[in-house]
Design a protein around this ligand. Structure first.
Ligand code: SF4
Length: 368
């Protein structure tokens, strides 16, 4: 599964799910968005496999994206999850910081088994990771992964849109790997330990609070490390620092994929967050909007907002509005999605063998 295909599913509702296998990571990078350390919780293995057992041919995600912390600290579970998911027709991707690549050498056996089980393997590369895992070791790991036959990519971070780091990596990767290694370039964000690098701004609500500003990030459910399933990958929600009821979809111990899928797709307030965005909803309800996601976090407690969303987002009309918003979001493909979320200059690298024939959209100020 190439990176472009994975990203082309990213806005389709319920087409994928993000799964946090562990909070632990041995690297401790200064910018880590989850502030992972060597200590932390692991997702319950049995409850995850029980959820996968509820996938059916007609109701399953197309892809599970396994993250952490460092998911390859549980390489056996990565392989087991991928094999269980594949039995239902679901593919699996994994995003790793590449701790196993330090000092080169062959892939450790559990990592090789995991690589053979998954459909896509992405490694992180940025100036902060390089202090832990040298760039040449990451390239060596890519060689070893490509030899297993798995599709690979690099998740590269720049420190601001003008940072030359992604350009340097792009040139090296094209020279060494041709188009075999697509790049997903994004920006260091002031979340997790990244808040220590620069102050965390309150994301602006946008210049016109009446303008529709749909949220791209509420398409795939997120299985958090404590087993809660949430509606979006906003880090505060995924790390459970805030727990808005309208963004909570269930719990691994008591829910099925069918129930998660239904709540994801059919909850009127979620539909309208995807269609017009939280700031527009709050404005219609006469409530204050003081930030994009911050406004969203409070929406469930704003009775007029809930009432308006129940009217606008319910039934067939709500379904049609949501479908139109998804179609609009998918226009331009994966590169347009990457461009909207902060790396317009490098968005094409998500699909290096595709030719782009239209201008990419500018970034959104309210990127969650
Ligand atoms: S607006 Fe922010 S908090 Fe709300 S669903 Fe989107 S990403 Fe999540």
């Amino acid at each position: 599964m190439r990176l472009a295909e994975l990203m082309s599913l990213r806005q389709r509702i319920g087409a994928g799910a993000l799964v946090t296998l562990t909070e632990r990571c041995p690297l401790g990078c200064a910018h880590c968005s989850t502030a992972a350390t060597r200590h932390g919780r692991d997702l319950d293995r049995v409850r995850l496999l029980d959820l996968i057992a509820t996938f059916t041919p007609d109701c399953r995600p197309d892809v599970l994206l396994l993250t952490g912390g460092e998911p390859l600290l549980r390489a056996d579970l990565v392989a087991e999850t991928a094999e269980a998911a594949r039995a239902h027709g679901t593919r699996t991707a994994v995003l790793s910081g590449g701790y196993f690549a330090v000092r080169g050498g062959p892939l450790p056996a559990p990592v090789r088994r995991a690589a053979r089980a998954v459909d896509h393997f992405s490694l992180s590369l940025d100036a902060f990771h390089e202090r832990q895992v040298p760039r040449d070791d990451v390239y060596g790991a890519l060689d070893a992964l490509l030899a297993t036959g798995v599709a690979v990519s690099l998740h590269v971070l720049g420190n601001g849109p003008e940072d030359p780091y992604p350009d340097e990596v792009r040139a090296q990767v094209l020279r060494r790997f041709g188009t075999d290694v697509p790049l997903l370039v994004s920006q260091v964000r002031p979340v997790g330990r990244g808040t220590g690098l620069r102050p965390r701004p309150v994301l602006p609500p946008g210049p016109d609070p009446w303008a529709a500003a749909p949220c791209d990030m509420a398409a795939w459910p997120v299985v958090t490390v404590d087993g809660t399933v949430t509606a979006c990958c906003n880090q505060d929600v995924a790390d459970r620092r805030v727990r808005p009821a309208h963004l909570t979809l269930g719990d691994l111990g008591t829910t099925t994929w069918g129930a998660v899928r239904e709540r994801t797709a059919a909850r009127p307030l979620l539909r309208m967050i995807r269609t017009v965005g939280p700031v527009h909803i709050a404005t219609r309800a006469g409530a204050a909007a003081d930030g994009y996601c911050a406004t969203c976090h409070r929406l469930g407690d704003v009775e007029p907002a809930r009432r308006w969303a129940d009217r606008a987002g319910a039934g067939a009309a709500g379904e049609l509005l949501q479908a139109a918003a998804v179609r609009a979001g998918e226009a331009g493909g994966p590169a347009a999605l990457v461009a909207r979320h902060g790396a317009a200059r490098h968005a094409d690298l998500v699909a290096p063998d595709h030719h782009r024939d239209r201008a990419l959209p500018p970034g959104r100020e309210h990127t969650p």
